[in-house]
Design a protein around this ligand. Structure first.
Ligand SMILES: NC(=O)C1=CN([C@@H]2O[C@H](COP(=O)(O)OP(=O)(O)OC[C@H]3O[C@@H](n4cnc5c(N)ncnc54)[C@H](OP(=O)(O)O)[C@@H]3O)[C@@H](O)[C@H]2O)C=CC1
Ligand SMILES: O=C(CO)COP(=O)(O)O
Length: 320
């Protein structure tokens, strides 16, 4: 199965580097200048500096060339996925589309697999998600991810073709659970970063991670996900990584909120839009998601961190 990676950000480049260890891979960038710069330097200096592109990795800005391969990994931010699918509708028709983004679309409340299903009903959708920093993957460090695909046979085929020397894939048919785990953990990571940034301590972070996980499960189970998916790499695994490492941009945004500092608006932070999408969805579904609500209020400047902590600590006492 030949593979192209669509989107030459940090994650797309890292996946392409890892896959190139198995054979030819094509990496598509939307900008001709970006593609040319990568070809010249044999490195993605603007998005993933410090990692050489292997010889088996070709770079293009021509979607026609990229879609000569049948399996396409879509590695763009969640809020840009629909635009990509619409802009290149013809070229993407009938392909196997593996979403590699983590988030919930703000305008619809849908996850990546659902957005693919809605915009490209002729495509065969799947999702690649789990605890993994782009720099770790590109450096060849060991990583384990979930490959979720509702079509069990296609999932098995993708697991075989996308597994690499340092990327071990576990498969699942629960796309709902996998996409919600990857999306919701980013919201909790912002909260955890804020707590650490404000000096409230690691005990408070452990409490937030645990109660955040309860929120993740509440929404995911209500939407038909399986509890064991949330307990796996795409949920618990990614929550553990993202809530404890400054390698995470979501966590770093939280840190700056907690410290009262600024944050570069051009950095991809999926949890910000996703927090808003999830809060809206929770209201519609009448689900109690107090940590998510506090993250939205913090992001909107409607609540200070002190007031958010007081709000969380003074909620009615309940059974765990
Ligand atoms: N970085 C990481 O460690 C990991 C990231 N992910 C997920 O991967 C997804 C992408 O993140 P990441 O690669 O880090 O983000 P980056 O900010 O590094 O890159 C985003 C890329 O998407 C491209 N892009 C944006 N909009 C479009 C569009 N409409 N059409 C085509 N290309 C577009 C950008 O192009 P341009 O350069 O031209 O602006 C850029 O190359 C996110 O959902 C993230 O959660 C998952 C696991 C790990
Ligand atoms: O999803 C990730 C790790 O699994 C990357 O996290 P950030 O998007 O917060 O950097």
């Amino acid at each position: 199965m030949s593979v192209s990676v669509i989107g030459a950000g940090a994650f797309g480049t890292a996946l392409a580097i890892s896959l190139a260890g198995r054979g030819p891979v094509c990496l598509w960038a939307r900008s001709k200048d970006h593609a040319k710069a990568m070809q010249a330097a044999r490195e993605n200096i603007s998005r993933l500096p410090g990692h050489a592109l292997p010889e088996t990795l070709s770079v293009t800005a021509d979607m026609g060339v990229a879609t000569e391969n049948h399996t396409l990994l879509l590695a763009v931010p969640m809020q840009n996925l629909r635009d990509l699918l619409i802009e290149h509708a013809g070229a993407l028709a009938g392909k196997t589309l593996v979403a590699c983004c983590k988030g919930i679309e703000l305008s619809t409340g849908l996850g990546p697999v659902e957005v693919i299903r809605q915009t490209r009903p002729d495509a065969r959708p799947a999702l690649l998600t789990g605890p993994s920093f782009a720099h770790d993957i590109a450096a060849g460090l060991p990583t384990a991810l979930t490959l979720a695909c509702a079509d069990a046979d296609l999932g098995k085929a993708l697991q075989q073709s996308l597994n690499t020397a340092n990327l071990r894939l576990y498969r699942s048919t629960d796309t709902t659970g996998a996409e919600l785990g990857g999306a919701l953990k980013n919201v909790i990571a912002i909260a955890c970063g804020a707590v650490i940034g404000a000096g409230l301590g690691e005990s408070a972070r452990a409490a937030l991670m645990t109660r955040g996980y309860a929120e993740m499960q509440r929404m995911a189970l209500a939407l038909g996900a399986r509890a064991e998916t949330l307990a796996g790499l795409s949920g618990f695994g990614d929550l553990a990584l993202t809530c404890t490492s400054e390698g995470s941009r979501n966590y770093r945004l939280g840190l700056s909120l907690g410290r009262g500092g600024g944050f570069d608006p051009d950095v991809t932070v999926e949890g910000a839009a996703t927090a808003r999408a999830v809060a809206t969805k929770a209201r519609q579904m009448q689900l109690d998601m107090p940590i998510t609500a506090c993250v939205v209020a913090l992001l909107d400047g409607k609540l200070t961190l002190d007031a958010a902590m007081t709000a969380l600590l003074t909620r009615p006492l309940k059974e765990e």
